[in-house]
Write a protein that binds this ligand. Structure first.
Ligand code: HEC
Length: 124
């Protein structure tokens, strides 16, 4: 009699607790889901940002121009280039030495990049 009373009470308790437990669990799952969603959104916005920091001339330079000298050439103490026209000529001369035959547009990008990064000449 005593035992049956207890189990009856246990059963009642369980019936009362069950929805609470389930609700609690559901709530947890929901917050986990929204955290996951927020994470996905951040990743997407990071990927959407294009890489605009690299000058197109730098890519050309790093791909073609560092076999004989590195960028230290452009900031050496006795550097020979003293205006924009000379810079254009030197870039063309080096391209000819290299045999890379870059297009006029590529040479222009290269010159613009070197000028922006190292020489800072005003373009006549
Ligand atoms: C075949 C080897 C070689 C390659 C490849 C080469 N260069 Fe040069 N470059 C030289 C040499 C040698 C000098 C030094 C010339 C001098 O002192 O008169 C030089 C000097 C320069 C200078 C002048 C530096 C100064 O004194 O202010 C610039 C600018 C330059 N190079 C740009 C380039 C670019 C851009 C490319 C890629 C298209 C390139 N170079 C590829 C050999 C090369």
């Amino acid at each position: 009699m005593k035992v049956r009373g207890l189990s009856g009470l246990g059963c009642l308790l369980l019936t009362m607790l069950l929805p609470v437990l389930l609700a609690g669990c559901d709530g947890l799952q929901q917050s986990a889901r929204s955290a996951q969603k927020a994470e996905t959104e951040t990743t997407q916005s990071q990927q959407a940002e294009p890489d605009q920091a690299v000058h197109p001339g730098k890519r050309l330079h790093d791909a073609n121009c560092i076999s004989c000298h590195d960028a230290a050439m452009y900031s050496r103490e006795d550097r020979r280039i003293s205006d924009f026209t000379l810079l254009q000529q030197q870039v063309r001369r080096c391209d000819a030495n290299l045999g890379s035959r870059l297009s006029a547009e590529d040479l222009q990008q290269l010159t613009a990049y070197l000028n922006q990064a190292y020489y800072h000449f005003s373009k006549e």
